[in-house]
Design a protein around this ligand. Sequence first.
Ligand SMILES: [Zn+2]
Length: 321
Amino acid sequence: MSIVLGVDLGASKVRVALSDLNGKILLKKSERTTGTTGIDIVNQIVEMSRNTLSSLGLTDESLKAVGVGSIGPLDLKKGLIVNPPNLRVGVIPIVEGIEKHFNVPVRLLNDCVAAVLGEKRFGAGRNLENIVYVTISTGIGGGAIVDGHLLLGKDGNAHEVGHIVVDKDGLIECGCGKRGHWEAYCSGSGMVKYAGLLLKEWGVDPNKSSLKKYFQEDFSKATSKILFDAAKEGDALALRIIEKTGLLNAIGFANIINAYDPELITVGGSVALFNSELILDPVKKNVSKYAMNRLPEITITPLGEDVVLYGALAAALEQVV
Ligand SMILES: [Zn+2]
């Protein structure tokens, strides 16, 4: 039997899946990402893959190709993950490391780039030529297919849409060190910082507000989940914060629409998946104020948390003739 392997390498979790050549997933496995060096990470992936193969009663010979969707930044030419800020293990020689163990072609892609490939092959983007995938989670990222071509960029880090500027005053510093970026205001941790800024601007002490019961009168304990939960219970202040965050999300989406002219934008990432209406409604309401191009369909990815994994499988399948 011939099969391919997909790997989704995240900062906190590594996931692998084996599929047949039609892309039917046979087995999935997920573990916490562990290890202190890049080689440790490679070994963990190889070990997980071997275990998954053997639990299906298969040997290494069945494996025809590997696709990896990974956190960045990447050096695609050298097949490396280079000092990922959220996984402090230095350089991960992922392509060479996996190739050495399995002796099959390995294709490395940024996780969101993989995701858009997964969307086209397995998800909402089948039969479409212009698709953008956006993730809203610990960060904000994107992947784009334009005229059927997967956009990569010189290092494979094209369309870092999370670092689009949405605040010219740059009141919040982004994790990348620059100011005013979309991700700094609207990612999971970003929106808490933005909420703090808004409450100050509105002259509201969060620890004396209607929100206080959600974080035990200690705003430093607030999370995006707490803000969304409060909004779902109808807390007016939380809803106002979500509305303002949604406006910045609409600006981010409009920039994407103006740059790539997609037919479809699918949205994933934990913040979006768990709060789909509160994320998408303000975007749909406001995006036309900023977008010049004809609006695309904007929807939550039907592939859910597996979107990157499906993308990694799609990347692997493209290497099997
Ligand atoms: Zn940034």
